[in-house]
Design a protein around this ligand. Sequence first.
Ligand code: GAL
Length: 822
Amino acid sequence: MNFRKLNPLYILFFFSLFSCQEEEEKAAFEDREIAFNSDWQFHLNESGNDSISENAEWRTLHLPHDWSIEGKFSQEHPAGTGGGALPGGMGWYKKSFTLEESDSTKVTSVMFDGVYHNSEVWINGNYLGNRPNGYMGFQYELTPYLNYGEVENELLVKVDNSEQPNSRWYSGSGIYRNVWLISTNKLHVAKWGTFVTTPEVSKDSATVNIETTIANKYPEAKNAVIRTIILRNGTEVTSASEEFSIDKDREHKIQQTATVDQPELWSVENPGLYTAVTEIELDGEIVDRYETPFGIRSFEFDLEEGFILNGEQIKIKGVCLHHDLGPLGTAINTRAIERQLEIMQEMGVNGIRTAHNPPAPELLELCDKMGFIVQDESFDIWEQGKTEHDYSNYWDEWYERDHTDMLLRDRNHPSIFMWSIGNEIPEQWSERGAEIGRELAKITRKIDSTRPVTAAMNPPVHTSDDDVTLQFDEPQQPNALAGSGALDIIGYNYAHQTYPKHQVNFPNTPFIATETTSALATRGYYEFPSDTIKIWPVRWDIPFDGGNPDNTISAFDQVRTPWGSTHEETWKIIKKHDFLSGFYIWTGFDYLGEPTPYTWPSRSSYFGIVDLAGFPKDSYYMYKSEWTDEDVLHILPHWNWEEGQTVDVWAYYNNADEVELFVNGESKGIKRKEGDDLHVMWRFPYEAGTLKAVSRKDGATVLEKVVKTAGEPAVLILKVDRESIKADGQDLSFITVTITDEDGTLAPRANNLVQFELNGGGKIVGVASGDPTNHESFKGTKHSALNGKVLVIVQSGKNAGAVELTATSEGLESASTTITFE
Ligand code: GAL
């Protein structure tokens, strides 16, 4: 830490720290809050019994924690396969800690970023409250109940996820996000107490408005000074300062304005951030310091031009993400989220929709830093439920508070460009839906009038099941919510055929496709043209209309759900029309639960462009070829088929005029994309050997890609995403294991069981293959590969040094790699 940056007062705070905390937690106190995650005790009561016996067994763990992911997959669990076929139950957490005598003059609170769900909290036996919503952060003040000095304090949390099903996807269970202990002077910036907006933005200058809510917990009125300093890369660019008076036990709002000259605008390519540092000075001393990262940017959703950021039209190329992190369950880990976002960004994704709930704060912080256009969403459910025990049971009492809190918590993130008040809400068809929609929009605008309100509707116009093509020239009747006046942008889930007609139906309201596509695919699994498309595993055949002219689908083009489309279909439409601001594809990653159209033994989704382990499926390269400047040439499928069998070979490419395909040196012809084609294809009888594709521009080779017929699985190969990670007990290294033949060619059907061993420190925290039907634990040290690949995740320890990971599998040559903790 940099002591020079600190006011002497913080240094004093720092050294008088909570004695229970570990070294790295102390270091964060300059930010006035410390991570309160280590050394909790946990007790699981799977039967859902509401009490803890004296003999209950407690185990020590560090948060964030998801107990469901530790369980066994079974179709008997009440969450069902929709919920990931994992257990719920009732969990108890407790933590003991002591505080310095000198802390007794402060205001101390605990903040939970998210607990799934229905939590209740006690401090030293005093009940603090409950929070049904599993996705919203909440804070309790502890001050009146705390002991100082030698006497211990105990925080107790009950988490009740026993009533199931309560979610349409895997929710996870427990204190699965970070916990913070916040300690401030009695005069301080209130919870989520700043709101930074930039009403005027140009290249030359930006007006920055800062609204700060100050809380006074002193028993008398105070006169003090508020100073807001705007920093860019740690250097002051401007500031505003004024005196204020505040009554005892009051909250008081202060408005300040500053001007930033030649602002660095936040954009997707260059997401420059500023920090507003609020200092409260009382009797000549700085008593509180609060940091608000923010961005300066202007944007609009235009009826003709779509999405405009800083005066330039850009297409939102987004994906929807659920909150689980695959084999890690829902227990948040910043590096795991960052890896997901990196994989998306490499594909060219520039937008994230937080389906269908407020996300972990760390996701939004990363989106701010990395440059994503976020749609933040509060609800999947209003009054009418979708599963028996879901949020509809809490709606009346909690919707206002939950929605308000999301807005207050998230409103300073420059990456957020729209608020979604709900996903596929059944009430969208009724007057009641219009009423609730107007109310949520009113709450939203009162707190933040700088961003538009949308809702994910399916679809916003009236339609009947047999009118699936929705081709029309006359305006169609909007649904009740779309017609309610509540929405600033009309959000479509699916119904891609109607997008070109959006302006007919909604001449005055811009467009966003909140959710699209829902194409199904299993990584590395291919079937050739037939009426019935089979996806892994083959025994669950389902007929789907492929939408191709001859009513056949190449499985390469992913299976099309009746409500969705292939990846190519929707993107072709979005790409074509400027007024279509963009879309959020369902989904970027596979997620736990909702294995539609299957049930058990499937337990995770098939919708991802990337599988649950983080390995791209083929459509990833279609998007990458369209959305990035990087040269792409991707051919599919693998090259292990029956001699003479008719096969299709597809290529996704860009930055080239043509692709020529060779089999064992013989040309199968040159192909070029015509019109709006997104791939080229060859069809011919299979011949084992070497498939080679060459992309060329103006006759010169751009890229060459070779796929060979693989022999028997023989060798394990390890590839580490980061060989050196932080020795902080949290950082992660993701290691891909590839099973190859003796010559190093991927064995495309190898499903061998791979065993891992880690020596020297750290731990294995997850294993996964991307197979939605695999029932081996994600928390074990062995896992079966899917189509030649399996992933293992290593978490660092707190000691620096090198550790060795070894992978073994019966009959295969084993492999080792070194990872360094620094
Ligand atoms: C949508 C829904 C998503 C997911 C998806 C699967 O209708 O909003 O949550 O269920 O379907 O295709």
